[in-house]
Design a protein around this ligand. Structure first.
Ligand code: CTP
Length: 404
């Protein structure tokens, strides 16, 4: 999450009855941490699962549960509460509430707010798998989508009732991601983005190998930003301990050769390729099949190396390459090496990290190298920078309909 990525957004968070109410405590924390203001409205049933006091403490605002609440001076809670909302998010959304929404019913504060709204409505269903599969529920969901309501999830897996299947609510973090994604401008709608991220691992023997200090954070942040911008994202990752960004298709590889092969298999469909991975330039010619043991004479092992394929350059060399973007981390003279590397790799845009010390850190400062010159972007956390870079890339895209 980028610092304050939902700053200025006002959300009405509507809770209906269900055990998944416990997830909304965490969701509220995530939304407020991202800078959103959150007005919680609960149905009577929701208050059976978690108290308004808890939700008030977490949201920092009074919680409303009744249409007849005297705190709204004009007795128009159903209109006042959503007047300034950028969206209403119903989480958890029960079977009953989905049915009410599908039929435009307005018999309590939350349902009335939804019918009287002038803003987008997002629902996050949570129910037992049979309730989800019930033809009436499925019919209602089709109707909600047709009415322009966003249906987020549900997830699949073990349920509170002991059964396993579709219907459980998205986790709080996934719900947050879906909401943040909803608000991001869709500047890459309809585009397919292929990225590489993280280090590669080149084995010496079955237990040892050569790798580097790339954490994968920048590549994963870019994948998340591209997904939020409306792109279909395929992320090919070296060995990293990071969670897959929501809505992103991830493929794990180990070696540079595997990364190269995975990219080459998928690149024909891509509109944009971003090579963020710190790819090993060399690999050991013949990695030992067995663990290399110390000898009685203590002779040091020797290795001969061969060069790995240059993935970015191979992509740029294709007869119809996607818009290819490179990354470079240099230990000095970035201004000189950056442009030289861009020309050598034959890509329209190369993003230079200012200083190798950004490995593993949460923020970064970069320079964009392109034929027309170099532009420095201000230091920012990697997620905010990723959004800025996706916007820079989107602005530079050729009109592919004219080229392909
Ligand atoms: N790259 C790649 N395949 C390689 C090496 C690098 O795709 N075998 C890509 C990286 O993902 C990055 C860009 O090329 O987008 C620059 O990587 P870098 O390691 O800085 O470039 P090198 O060509 O390896 O240059 P150097 O001599 O500085 O190591």
């Amino acid at each position: 999450m980028a610092t304050a990525e939902l700053a200025g957004k006002h959300l009405v968070l509507g809770m209906t009855g269900g055990i998944a109410c416990y997830k909304i405590a965490e969701l509220t924390r995530l939304l407020t941490k991202a800078g959103a203001t959150v007005q919680v409205v609960m149905t009577e049933a929701a208050t059976q699962f978690i108290t308004p006091v808890t939700m008030q403490a977490l949201s920092g605002r009074p919680v409303y549960t009744s249409q007849w609440d005297g705190r709204v001076p004009n007795n128009m809670a159903h209109i006042d509460l959503s007047r300034e909302a950028d969206a209403i998010v119903i989480a958890p959304a029960s079977t009953d509430f989905l049915a009410k929404l599908a039929h435009g019913m307005a018999d309590d504060l939350l349902s009335t707010l939804c019918v009287a709204r002038d803003c987008p409505l997002l629902v996050v269903p949570a129910m037992n798998r049979q309730m989800w599969q019930n033809p009436a529920t499925q019919r209602n969901v089709v109707q909600l989508r047709a009415d322009g309501i966003e249906v987020l999830g549900p997830d699949s897996g073990p349920q509170a009732c002991g059964e396993v299947g579709d219907g459980r609510m998205l986790e709080a973090a996934a719900t947050y991601e879906a909401v943040a994604s909803f608000f991001a401008p869709k500047i890459l709608a309809g585009k397919r983005v292929l990225l590489t991220a993280g280090p590669t691992f080149e084995p010496l023997d079955p237990v040892r190998g050569i790798t580097n200090r790339s954490s994968g954070k920048m590549g994963f942040a870019l994948a998340r930003a591209a997904q939020q911008a409306g792109a279909e994202v395929h992320l090919i990752a070296g060995p990293v301990a990071l969670e897959t960004p929501w809505g992103v298709f991830r493929q794990d590889v180990q070696t540079a050769q595997q990364m190269h092969d995975a990219v080459m298999r998928s690149v024909a469909d891509a509109d944009i390729f971003i090579g963020v991975a710190a790819v090993a330039d060399w690999r050991v010619d013949h990695a030992s099949e067995h663990k290399i043991k110390k000898t009685a004479e203590r002779a040091l092992p020797t290795f001969s190396f061969v060069e790995n394929p240059d993935i970015l350059a191979s992509v740029a060399k294709l007869p119809h390459p996607p818009f290819a973007v490179g990354f470079a981390a240099e230990s000095g003279d970035l201004e000189i090496h950056g442009e030289e590397k861009r020309v050598r790799k034959n890509v329209p845009l190369l993003i230079g990290n200012l200083g190798p010390l950004t490995f593993g850190l949460d923020d970064n400062e970069v320079i964009l190298f392109e034929a027309s010159g170099a532009t420095k972007l201000p230091r920012a956390d990697k997620q905010a920078l990723a959004h800025a870079l996706i916007a820079e890339i989107a602005r530079r895209l050729p009109d592919t309909s004219l080229i392909r």
